[in-house]
Design a protein. Structure first.
Ligand code: GDD
Length: 257
């Protein structure tokens, strides 16, 4: 049977993390969970340690400071390299992503997907209580990536997704440039561009009821600038800022330098 790791990045998610973990383990009892906490001032890291002490399916990585979603996930991917994992799943701690939808994602991975994305903007996909400005940013981001990067995906910014570890192993993590939610675009595009099997399935995304989003204008600006520079470099052949596909040293793979 395939082994799965759900990576949950946290920054001030004290109220939402316990339910995210409980629902995940109910939906997929065989999975492992790694919480990657960036020294949350509200004590999320300590709470995660308490949960991990009671359940050996749960592990916690403590990082010293808030360093962005992308860096937290990369740290989780590196952790998985030393553990026996076939699929790595990204999931928010705040209840936006429904763990009950994980079996569908895992089925897509088991059937050969390199990347399985839970998508809001395809038939059957929904958002609940998500403010209009967030829907516009999300749909606009996907449209921009479709135009600039010639992506065929319908929800390239979605943070609910699963990777085949063998595919992730081919990516040079040192070259992944994004800090914020642009990380989602970068990873999906790298895999799509290099001919990976990327599939989407419909999800219901629910606006959090506790805590606060970490979305900021800097995160939006990063995505705009990076997607623009990758898109232009891809079209006009400049190597600067472009995604070039080189092998990960000694392994073979994909780099986004
Ligand atoms: N460790 C760590 N975790 C972080 C950081 N920033 C955010 N997180 C965690 O990452 C998850 C998502 O962060 P939110 O700030 O709640 O995201 P959102 O606004 O709901 O955005 C969602 O939609 C975006 C657009 O589709 C997605 O790109 C994003 O991944 C997420 O699903 C939460 O568990 C949050 O605690 C960070 O710097 N460090």
């Amino acid at each position: 049977m395939s082994s799965t790791l759900v990576v949950i990045p946290t920054y001030n998610e004290l109220r939402t993390l316990p339910s995210a973990i409980e629902r995940t383990l109910q939906a997929v009892p065989t999975t492992r969970i790694l919480v990657v906490d960036d020294n949350s001032p509200d004590g999320t890291g300590r709470l995660a340690d308490e949960i991990a002490a009671r359940d050996d399916r749960v592990s916690v990585m403590h990082r010293s400071e808030k360093n962005g979603l992308g860096a937290a996930y990369i740290a989780g991917f590196r952790w998985a390299e030393d553990h026996d994992v076939d699929f790595i799943i990204e999931m928010d701690a705040d209840g936006s992503h429904q763990p009950e939808e994980l079996p569908l994602m895992i089925t897509q991975l088991e059937r050969g997907a390199d990347l399985s994305i839970g998508a809001r903007w395809i038939p059957g996909g929904k958002t609940r209580n998500w403010p209009l400005y967030r829907r516009l940013i999300s749909r606009g981001g996907t449209l921009y990536a479709r135009i600039l990067l010639r992506s065929k995906l319908h929800d390239i910014t979605s943070g609910f997704r699963g990777f085949r570890v063998a595919t992730l192993r081919q990516i040079d993590f040192d070259s992944v440039a994004s800090q914020g939610y642009c990380f989602q675009i970068e990873m999906a595009w790298l895999i799509e561009k290099t001919g990976g099997d990327v599939r989407e399935f419909p999800i219901t995304f629910v606006e959090r009821v506790e805590g606060a989003s970490k979305m900021s204008s800097a995160i939006v600006a990063e995505a705009l600038l990076k997607v623009t520079s990758w898109g232009l470099a891809d079209r006009f052949g400049s190597s600067r800022g472009a995604m070039e596909y080189s092998r990960r040293p000694g392994v073979g793979g994909i780099s986004s330098k």
